[in-house]
Design a protein around this ligand. Structure first.
Ligand code: BGC
Length: 714
């Protein structure tokens, strides 16, 4: 049984011509042990990464610097998706970059396919996502990767977004905490993590040209916090700038969001690489704040060298970019340790197989369970439906995060194995609705597996299940009252059949252990404890970005007119009832929250809790008859004059409880929990006033409520 983190802090406030490559670059320097520290003073480990970078920069020729500022294409070694040659003369390691949101990507074999990031996020368990990062980092490192392209941390604004499954959800504080935990996990195993895609990357429909029109307050309150936390708390080594434009300027040459937000505001000392093909200029990008072009040298090879020689880019400016690249490489120890891994290595292990299963179990959300139909009695005869339930399990999303699965246990296999000899398990793929209805009649319980095919490069046209899957559910439910729908989707779907079915489970893209994990949840070997990290709408019209101007945009402009009202904030602000709200998820047991006490926090510098402002205490009780875990969610409602959405998630904790057990929960809210971004002053302010603190088990089930005066109590 995993340990849950009981105390979770709130978001801390806080073409040119090809450059000729000298022979020395050809070496793929993996081991960079210092030959002679006297001639290579930057190899002195007692110096800081910045000191070491500065010493090295002094020794680098212009050609050597230019080489570090772009990838090479084609890649001269097997595997990876990005490559920067090493430098044998100076001991600089080659950079080998690989995708990896749910496992090592780019066609790598013999790796573990984990559930999609949206699934692990649904566990609301920061310890679990930290381990998820560790498994990814460990497998990448053993594959020879030293820069892992992940995690994807953008706030999901558009439910149809094709990369929703790659990210965590629709709340900035939630995404920030998930990102920090995953980045720390990845970087603890060797590779430098790369948080992406910076910034306002919220659609695929027009991703190479789209211009996100978004005001400063919304940027700072909604879209920036995951990046801010990744830098300040996660110490991420790199960011990937996105394809899209933000307010008229491509992300990879946008001085406001690169130089301004990252450097001036946060003192980010890592590097910004472009998404693949997202660089659009040489001088504009260098001055805007892009450190490295990926995957090739069209702008940052010969044209950059020419710009330096001509004096259009100063050597001092170039050196700043080189420093940005070198500092995380030094900090991560890549100069100091050898990396024996290689792309052909088999990095699988029984531990990682079972971890993949654990994540799938912990990320599966029970959305509906009429009359406690679930967990299934061992002896019920079952009929399984849908291609995703049988020969074509939908275990992962597409695009650059796609992984070559070592195996996938289909739901049918998993359920048959779990049912054993005790119960008959029938199957129909659903292509013939009459045949499906006949099979449904023959079993006590019908389980329909439906799916979406979500991928980078494409948004879904709408939130309907594709093909005839809605009809399949309706046909089965019409003849079998005990119908359960299992969703293998990467994001929300509409459920026109919701009232006709007895149960609904969101299993996401569950990875290689798909069938074993869903069987464990269906039969109650695992008590579901996951919660939605995004809202499920009731209808196509009732979503925050329903207007064409918002998504996919008109004339290339996508207007963020909903401003702060992203996700549940919009449902609450407009009094719109979602089908299933943010934070919602059922269990096979029941919980009750009680005794909310909200008081000013004592600032304790010793404990590292100095930034805590308000302490929230409450009790959580398991009122049912079996062990389970509940996610305690604390939301803050600001005074109306602050102009904020009705209430916003600020802190959460997952608590494991035996039947009948009560545990105290104590959480801290920091300054940011009570702040707003003042766009006229360009900084955060905490207006005096009476603030509401809500505690509950979903954004729409906030059973406890208290007020606290902010300002006068300072
Ligand atoms: C994606 C990135 C990915 C890169 C390399 C791009 O299309 O947007 O997320 O890391 O390709 O595969």
């Amino acid at each position: 049984m995993r340990r849950f983190m009981h105390l979770v802090g709130c978001l801390l406030i806080g073409a040119g011509a090809l450059l000729s490559v000298p022979a020395l670059w050809a070496a793929d320097v993996i081991s960079t042990a210092a030959k002679d520290q006297a001639s290579r003073p930057w190899m002195n480990k007692s110096l800081s990464p910045v000191q070491r970078a500065n010493l090295l920069i002094k020794e680098m020729t212009l050609d050597e610097k230019i080489v570090m500022m772009h990838g090479v294409s084609p890649i001269p070694v097997k595997g990876y998706v990005g490559y920067v040659p090493g430098n044998a003369r100076l001991g600089i390691p080659a950079l080998r970059l690989a995708d990896g949101r749910a496992g090592v990507g780019n066609g790598a074999r013999d790796i573990t396919l984990l559930p999609a990031p949206i699934a692990v996020a649904s566990s609301w368990d920061l310890g679990l996502i930290n381990e998820y990062g560790k498994v990814l980092g460990q497998e990448q490192w053993a594959k020879g990767t030293n820069v892992e392209l992940g995690p994807t941390i953008d706030v999901v604004r558009v439910p149809e977004w094709g990369r929703t499954f790659e990210s965590y959800g629709e709340d900035p504080t939630f995404n920030a905490q998930m990102a920090v935990a995953e980045i720390k996990g990845i970087q603890s195993q060797g590779p430098i993590a790369d948080a992406n895609m910076y910034m306002t990357m919220n659609q695929e429909s027009n991703r190479f040209k789209e211009d996100s029109i978004v005001d400063e307050r919304t940027l700072r309150e909604i879209y920036f916090p995951p990046y801010e936390a990744s830098i300040l708390d996660g110490h991420v080594g790199t960011l990937m700038c996105a394809y899209v434009k933000t307010n008229g300027i491509y992300s990879c040459e946008n001085p406001e969001i690169l130089n301004g937000f990252l450097r001036k505001l946060l003192n980010f000392d890592g590097w910004v690489m472009s998404d693949w093909g997202a660089t659009h200029s040489t001088i504009g990008s260098v001055t805007g704040g892009l450190d490295q072009q990926m995957p090739d040298d069209t702008f940052y090879g010969a044209p950059l060298k020419a710009a330096v020689l001509k004096g259009d880019v100063s050597v001092a400016a170039l050196d700043e970019h080189i420093r940005d690249i070198l500092v995380p490489i030094f900090r991560q120890g890549l100069f100091d340790k050898s990396q024996p891994g290689n792309w052909e290595a088999n990095v699988r292990s029984p531990e990682h197989d079972s971890f993949s299963r654990e994540v799938a179990e912990q990320g599966t959300i029970l959305l509906k369970n009429d009359k406690n139909l679930l967990p299934l009695p061992a002896k019920s005869s079952i009929a399984v439906f849908g291609t995703a339930g049988g020969k074509e399990p939908k275990a992962e999303g597409g695009g650059s995060s796609a992984v070559v699965a070592p195996y996938i246990v289909s739901p049918l296999e998993g359920i048959r194995k779990r049912a054993g000899a005790l119960a008959q398990v029938l199957y129909a793929d659903g292509s013939d609705l009459n045949a499906a209805a006949k099979t449904a009649r023959a079993a006590e319980v019908a389980i329909v597996f439906v799916h979406t095919d979500e991928t980078e490069g494409d948004d879904r046209p709408n939130l309907k299940l594709p093909g005839a899957q809605d009809q399949l559910i309706a046909a089965v439910a019409a003849v079998n009252k005990k119908t359960i729908v299992v969703l293998d989707t990467g994001g929300p779907v509409l459920m026109p059949w919701i009232d006709a079915v007895a149960g609904v489970i969101e299993a996401w893209y569950p990875g290689q252990e798909d069938g074993n994990a869903i069987a464990a949840v269906l039969y109650g070997d695992v008590n579901p404890s996951a919660k939605l990290p995004l809202s499920f709408p009731r209808s196509a019209a009732e979503i925050p970005t329903a207007q064409l101007e918002q998504w996919p945009g008109v004339n290339g402009l996508s207007t963020y007119s909903e401003k702060l009202n992203v996700g549940y904030r919009w449902y609450d602000a407009t009094n719109t009832q979602p089908l299933f709200p943010f934070g919602f998820g059922l269990s096979y047991t029941t919980f009750k929250l009680s005794n909310l006490v909200v008081a000013p926090a004592k600032l304790d510098t010793q404990s590292g809790l100095a930034r805590g402002r308000v302490r929230v205490k409450l009790n959580v009780t398991n009122t049912g008859s079996r062990e389970g875990a509940e996610v305690v969610q604390v939301y803050v409602g600001q005074p109306a004059k602050n102009g904020e959405p009705p209430h916003q998630l600020r802190v959460f904790a997952k608590v494991q409880l035996k039947a009948g057990e009560t545990k105290p929960v104590s959480l801290l809210l920091d300054d940011r929990a009570f702040s707003i971004f003042d766009a006229s002053l360009h900084h955060w302010i905490t207006p005096d006033g009476s603030y509401e603190v809500f505690a509950g088990t979903s954004s729409r089930d906030l059973t406890l409520h208290a007020r606290i005066a902010i300002g006068q109590t300072r």
